[in-house]
Design a protein around this ligand. Structure first.
Ligand code: C2O
Ligand code: CU
Ligand code: CU
Length: 556
């Protein structure tokens, strides 16, 4: 099937399937982001960090019950800041922290009342945290306007960089995009050892970075208006934000820095790396979604899909005052491809596809090009800057990274899959599906009748696009990648074609077109009491909202 046919069929499916909805075919929705992006040079605003005293992303360590309110933020739009339309609000003394970064210790109890002051239903999902089905925040527990939901659970996770965002069915992408998302950091013994060995201070030298792409209108207001095509391909912004600021800078000292990077975009993939004077600057990978690796791994680039996190150490000790390092997106083929062996175009803003995606054959015109043209050079897979680090201060602090970070057991060997999940496009409905199925609140197509270690295999169709697959309730280990595209094979560092950031405890794994990925998921831990119904879904939030999500039941 040629790309155009694919999209035509898709559009057809949408038109046929959704009676009465005035789908504008596949016309891209108009937006004024171009003007906005073009007049703002990168690195003109400082990175908003909690320690800089801003109202956004302040740290919070609740010691008793707290109330978290999802509401209109009331924050004024600003040209270079994607002021959230909506935010999670925590009263703290006489001020309000918007999108608080929670920091709790393993063993602490979270007692939190969620109040929904939005004009539509919502619920908070604690992404990656071990909490039973009634506590993890899934669509079936969504509450309407003025509704409340009480959370109370103990933190049993490994130390790590988790996060939270809304999860009402059909509205997850929009609400996350409009501002509802932040970090949930868990500290444990391993974390404390690492922090003290490196002399790290959260918010100063240990910095959470939330990456999101946004469309902003001329006043800096967020726009979420996906077209029918964008519900299929994913909604891409034209402004790359870090903690809400568009391509900001951070002033640093000459010492090691820890960056915990979360891809909180609805659909955008990043291939990230630090670059200095045009040369890659290696860093140490300390951890991934579910906490620290056994030992740090040196790497200079990695893919990060929506929902995933990496925990990095960047040693800036040898830099001089005045030096600048840039966190960049490096060019790659986003593989929004719809037929085997032929790559869609490398449209204007998409950078040097050819260099990395050359095996995919001749470029063909892409219906997606509209984005890239409008995207001011930040089309998905283009070469663009994200964050500048400017050395402003000489710090003489020699620090040694511990050889062992944590006692992470080895992952099991790949083997025969207990279950397979095929990821593919259903043209008639215009939906991405898992095993041909689409989400229904009360259907539970995956039954785990005995709690043991299972091998799950994700098989992405060749005529597909990348899908970041995510599980609620249980983390997993990545065992093997097969039929990976070259740009993924090139990053393999371990048996089974695994990349460095496949090596730790994961809750989201990117599956490329044509690729087969095996993971091991252990239903014995956490040992939730009673029957549990959790979700398996694609973390491309447009895909999820349109039903690329299934319930799974774990019997008691
Ligand atoms: Cu972060 Cu069900 O997702
Ligand atoms: Cu989740
Ligand atoms: Cu998907």
């Amino acid at each position: 099937m040629k790309r155009r046919d694919f999209l035509r069929n898709a559009a057809f499916g949408l038109c046929a399937g959704v009676a009465g909805v005035p789908w504008a075919g596949l016309k891209l929705s108009p937006w004024s982001g171009l003007a906005f992006a073009a007049r703002n040079a990168p690195f003109s605003v400082p990175l908003p960090t909690p320690s800089a005293g801003g109202a956004l992303f302040g740290f919070a360590t609740p010691e008793g019950p707290v109330e978290l309110v999802a509401a209109a933020s009331g924050l004024a739009p600003q040209p270079n800041i994607a002021a959230p339309v909506w935010s999670y609000q925590l009263a703290s003394g006489d001020r309000v922290i918007h999108n608080p970064i929670f920091r709790l210790k393993q063993g602490d109890k979270l007692q939190l009342a969620f109040r929904n002051a939005l004009p539509e239903q919502s619920i908070i999902h604690w992404h990656g945290l071990d909490a039973d089905a009634s506590q993890t925040g899934q669509p079936r527990y969504a509450v309407g306007p003025q509704g409340r939901y009480e959370y109370a659970f103990s933190i049993s996770n490994r130390g790590g960089t988790y996060w939270y965002h809304p999860h009402p069915h059909g509205l997850t992408a929009k609400q996350t995009y409009l501002g509802l998302a932040s970090f949930f950091l868990v500290e444990d013994e391993d974390e404390r050892r690492l922090s003290s060995a490196l002399g790290l201070e959260l918010g100063v030298t240990d910095i959470p970075l939330l990456l999101q792409d946004k469309r902003l209108d001329g006043q800096g207001r967020l726009v979420y208006a996906p077209s029918a095509e964008e519900m299929i391909m994913g909604y891409q912004g034209d402004a790359i934000c870090v903690n809400g600021a568009v391509q900001p800078y951070l002033e640093i000292g000459s010492r090691p820095y820890r960056f915990r990077i979360l891809n909180g975009s609805t659909a955008r993939l990043y291939r990230l790396g630090f670059v200095r004077n045009g040369a890659p600057q290696p860093c140490q990978l300390l951890g991934v979604d579910g906490g620290l690796l056994d030992a740090a791994r040196t790497l200079s680039e990695f893919f990060l899909s929506p929902g995933e996190r990496v925990d990095l150490l960047l040693d800036c000790s040898d830099l001089a005052v005045g030096d600048e390092l840039v966190l960049r997106n490096l060019p790659f083929d986003p593989m929004h491809r719809e037929e085997m062996g032929v790559s869609p175009a490398a449209p204007a803003g998409h950078g040097e596809h050819g260099a990395h995606g050359a095996e995919h054959g001749a470029p063909a015109p892409s219906a997606h090009a509209g984005h890239a043209e409008n995207a001011g050079g930040v089309g998905e897979g283009a070469d663009y800057p994200i964050l500048a680090l400017r050395v402003r201060q000489r710090v003489d602090e020699k620090r040694v990274l511990p050889e062992t970070l944590s006692a992470l057991p080895a992952a099991p060997a790949p083997g025969k899959a207990d279950r397979t999940f095929t990821l593919g496009f259903h043209a008639k409905s215009g939906q991405w599906r898992i095993n041909g199925l689409t989400f229904a609140m009360d259907a539970v197509p995956i039954q785990i009748l005995s709690r043991r270690l299972e091998i799950w295999e994700f098989r992405n169709d060749a005529a597909s696009m990348p899908h970041p697959m995510h599980t609620h309730g249980y983390p997993f280990r990545v065992l093997q990648r097969k039929n990976s595209p070259r740009q993924v094979r090139e990053l393999a560092v371990a048996e089974g074609g695994l990349s460095a950031n496949d090596l730790g405890v994961k809750d989201t794994v990117l599956v490329w077109p044509k690729e087969t990925v095996q993971v091991a998921i252990d239903f014995r831990t956490p040992a939730y009491a009673g029957e549990q119904i959790f979700l398996l879904h694609c973390h491309n939030l447009e895909h999820e909202d349109r039903g690329m999500m299934l319930n799974f039941r774990v019997a008691s």
